[in-house]
Design a binder for this molecule. Structure first.
Ligand code: 5GP
Length: 215
């Protein structure tokens, strides 16, 4: 029987307001082979955000201690705050066969690609810049100044999109979830992510070849 495959690491980035949160939530609801990494951040919780659900909220001192003790697989500053991915959960879930999703910004995505070349990088975007602005304003969770900062940041991030493996346009939510799932399923079948399986077949075949070569 085929051995259980380890999960893959999936990075999902996108402009602030691209709808990453909603898409990822729907993906997790629909399919059970995903796990979402909860990041650590020094930013203040937004109304309704819960400790350990949206983020682990912490202060700068504790964040820096966690960096020093190698507790994060990546971290980055973003609009005046630190954000980072705790190591233990990611490693444990991948070992259990789950595809682990990191919903992170571009600097972190590039660090992940560098450290884990077999990760899958997906960039999520609304259909247009105008729609992005409307979504950010409609969310009503950020001040005008924060929205402006995030739009400036989006313009910068748009320069780095080519570093990603795929771009997915979030127009209709359900189609977007299916498209994302399809990309992950295809990625799991790429030989670079099936090294153990290929090695096993190779070894067995070598064994057969040796048997038949014996007099
Ligand atoms: P927000 O403040 O809107 O929740 O997040 C701001 C940005 O930080 C988003 O682009 C989000 O994807 C990114 N982010 C969230 N967690 C992490 C993380 O652990 N590492 C990095 N590099 N970025 C993160």
């Amino acid at each position: 029987m085929e051995r259980e495959q380890k999960g893959i690491l999936i990075v999902i980035s996108g402009f602030s307001g691209a709808g990453k949160g909603t898409i990822v939530r729907e993906l997790l609801k629909k399919y059970d082979n995903y796990a979402l990494s909860v990041s650590m951040t020094t930013r203040e919780p937004r109304p309704g955000e819960r400790e350990g659900v949206e983020y682990f909220f912490t202060d700068r001192k504790h964040f820096e201690e966690t960096i020093r003790s190698n507790g994060l697989i990546e971290y980055a500053p973003y609009c005046g705050n630190y954000y980072g991915t705790p190591r233990a959960y990611v490693e444990e879930q991948m070992e259990m066969g789950k595809n682990v999703i990191l919903e992170i910004e571009i600097q972190g995505a590039l660090k992940i690609k560098d450290k884990f070349p077999e990760s899958l990088l997906i960039f999520l975007t609304p259909p247009s810049a105008g729609e992005l602005k409307r979504r950010l304003e409609g969310r009503g969770t950020e001040s005008r100044e924060q929205i402006e900062k995030r739009l400036v940041r989006a313009a910068e991030e748009s320069e780095g999109v080519e570093a990603y493996d795929y771009i997915v346009i979030n127009d209709k939510m359900e189609e977007c979830v299916e498209e994302l799932h399809g990309l992950v399923e295809a990625a799991r079948r790429a030989p670079v992510r099936r090294r153990e399986f290929i090695q096993e077949i190779r070894n067995e075949l070598k064994g057969f070849a040796q048997e038949s070569a014996e007099p």
